[in-house]
Design a protein around this ligand. Sequence first.
Ligand code: HAM
Length: 424
Amino acid sequence: MDPSFKRLKGFADMFGEQSAVFAFLETTARTVFANYEYEELRAPILEPTELFRRSIGAVTDVVQKEMFTFEDVKGRSLSMRPEATAGVLRAYLEAGRDKDSAISRFFSIGPMFRRERPQKGRLRQFHQINCECLGSDSPYIDAELICMLVEFLKRAGLKNLQLQLNSLGCRECRGKYLEELKKFLSSRDQDAFCEDCRTRSVSNPLRVLDCKQVNCRELIADAPRILDYNCRACETHFAKTLELLKLEGLNFRVNHNLVRGLDYYCRTTFEVVSDEIGAQTAVAGGGRYDGLTRQLGGGDIPGAGFACGMERLALLAEKNLKISARPIFYLACPDEENMNRAFAITQELRKSGVTGAMNYKPASFKKLMREAARNGARYALILGADEATSASISIKDMDKGDQISISARNLKEKLIELLAKKPE
Ligand code: HAM
């Protein structure tokens, strides 16, 4: 291959085994979300840059440094979506779904793009399973979303995860808190902060709270806590959310430094973190964003949601799950004159749901057995000259090496019988 076509940094090719884990996660998500009446929304990958700037926030890392942005032929600035929420809200408003008095629940699954430094569990094209609930400011919705997320993670077989929550308050009470936080940050030795936090303490002080640098963490250890500044209504909302989570038997930790990387959040914010990918890596995150629709030129609609990073879930799932993509048969046909018959048998098995393949080129028996082993099939089906004359077929167990010969007519039933006796 011409080396200039090499895969871009931070972009991945996913072959069978990893795709099977993704497919499993998607199926599990669809099953769980259907029970909560979430409808699937497939929104475009490309949107006007301004949509992301206005919703995610102009001074966030995502918008300032990480978007893949370009001008189209008409000179319009377009960006590949770095997250799903903005596009879902745009679609909801554009379809007039905000005129509907009912609550709207959406889920979306697909690729997102952020120009971050690639590392384990961090890619430039990654995939999210995303849920949004629009039209209600009830804490029951916050609890419903979190319960649904936890149920999905549990059904996907993911263990050792921790749910963390915080409340960022509303515009009014957060204003007071930000003043206090700014005062606190400016009272610290500025040179001791990392370069990013020195800038953030002026442009976006909340983000200093979740800096991962040890020095910065020590500096903010006794920073004022946002929950102490929540107004009465925000306090009640958060208390009710926690009460409902307890009622559902969920374990969680209130993390006073959980602020999230996108600017649209208010009130409840949450993350699900794992220690198995790196120190406290978030596998999912979300929260409430009441009034974000107004920033996009719509009415004042309350909303909340979350997104899971599929690559991160897959890293954990691979440890806990054994997803078999092992084919059932490989049909070995050494001679050209029996090839059509072998093709008909292969097709018949495939059509009745038995997974397998065959050689289409004549080859020696030894070579075909090597191909069957490389293919990973559980059984090699042999249609040689002897089998062709006696209308039979030989079945070789590729793990044990045993071989039996049966009438070709009974092949499907025999395979089903063997598989039932030898569960993987
Ligand atoms: P986020 O926290 O930016 O939130 O991303 C959600 C999840 O996507 C993260 O917890 C992580 O698992 C995954 N993720 C983010 N960046 C990367 C990356 N570069 N590589 C691999 N995985 C990544 C949002 O995107 C919000 N839109 C979530 C939301 C929905 N809030 C309300 N509704």
